[in-house]
Design a protein around this ligand. Sequence first.
Ligand code: NAD
Length: 490
Amino acid sequence: METVSSIREFHNVLNGELVPASFGRKIDSINPANGKVWARVPGSTAEDAENAVAAAKQAFPKWARYSAMERAAFLRQIGDLIAQHGEELAMLETNDCGWVIRETSYGLIPTLTSIWYDAAGAASVASRGETIQLSPTSFGYTLREPLGVVVGILPWNAPLFTFTIKAAYALAAGNAVIIKPSEFASVSSLRYGELLNTILPPGIVNVVSGDREVGEALVRHREVNRVTLTGSGNTAKAIVRSTAQAPKPLTFELGGKSPNIVFADANLEKAVEGVTTNGIFTGNAGQICVGGSRILIQRPIFEEMVSLMKEKMREELRLGDPLDPSTTMGPIANEVQYNKVRNFIEIGVQEGGTILTGGRSGEEALSVKDARFSNGFWVEPTLIQVQRNSLRICQEEIFGPVATVMSFDTEEEALEIANDTSFGLGAGVWTTNLACAQRMIKNLQSGNVWVNTYRRVGPELPFGGVKESGFGRDSILENTQEKTCVIEEG
Ligand code: NAD
């Protein structure tokens, strides 16, 4: 049993200070690799939401008055600070959501710093408008202004990434920010907010952890001027309802059921990596919104491809201690999700799917038996062959290390299956035929299409979904509003 002293306590970051939740409520943070409580975070209430909005609202005008170049200087300093604290932040993220250290440390932290530097560079874009000559004696022009208080609601699978993408561009544009991390993974965000506050003036970035109660209070608040959610479709719908009485711009980054399509003429070596390891399993054990969870393979290469995929998975996927740099797959991030993923594997089998590899969970899924992790939320990387795309496991987001595999004959059929989903977040196409690639890009209903690569995201590339995968982008311009002015000769 854990001793009380070994459990770390984290606090909300409000107006530059570290404070507990009102009424002292706390939420246990469970390390998903061993099922043990390792930290406690505030279980904030509507009262904390009120305090956060008041702090942000008060801080906003001063921040907005800084020039774009001055704000950029702050953001560059934050980028440097995050790089300096990279090891600590990567460890927190790994302990809190099980995302393996080789990804949080070598992939995530450099991405976070590059987002801060990119946002610094983008700050001046937020202050650029247009000039429109209306007549010889009059002209119009547009001003871009910050919105005010921006609320970012985070999911549990990628707290630091979503925190950064929401806060960096909002700050660059001159807004004040409130971040509400997921009740399942708040630790890294609370510490991140604390670090940011060593550089920023108080109240510019506030972090309140808690469940939907505090989330709802924030999004419905009349003094909140924009809400950006990364999360599920159901939460997006709840936010639309909550904001109906005080409408504001909404950005939704939601779920996916992304097809990853391999044509017979593809470079198979690249495609195998692109649909198995990099496509889904090494992306936080499949807990990534763009996970290529529906693998479509053209019939002539189906058998060969499946056998190469199984071999690649056997060789490269190693489930175990997330803090060991040689581990390539961690656990499922929390118990609720663990049960959901296992349930979906069962459903897949009941629906007539055939497990090609994987399927086991719990201790049995570990690559090497290790008593320290026997109570962790482990699920083996699993491929399920299916004959129809109408099955629940092909239509509903599983959000774990489970992908369906299906064959197709023609390009038209691949396209039809790929688009036969309510989601539209990512899509992969593997082919050496440029004309085929171009047709697929044009016709795939997806916010992102990758050809002969997969899951390439970064600050240089806009990112977001279509259909039920959401709308809007966490870009600099979405954090501004336009004012149109007209001046006539006096
Ligand atoms: P979730 O929707 O359950 O929760 C997300 C956040 O919303 C949490 O912080 C939660 O407390 C808060 N919340 C819940 N109800 C609320 C309400 N009524 N008002 C305000 N806030 C509320 O999602 P999750 O399970 O944490 O995350 C997984 C989901 O996120 C998956 O669907 C995944 O695809 C999606 N996701 C999408 C992207 C993307 O960029 N498109 C990235 C990562 C995750």
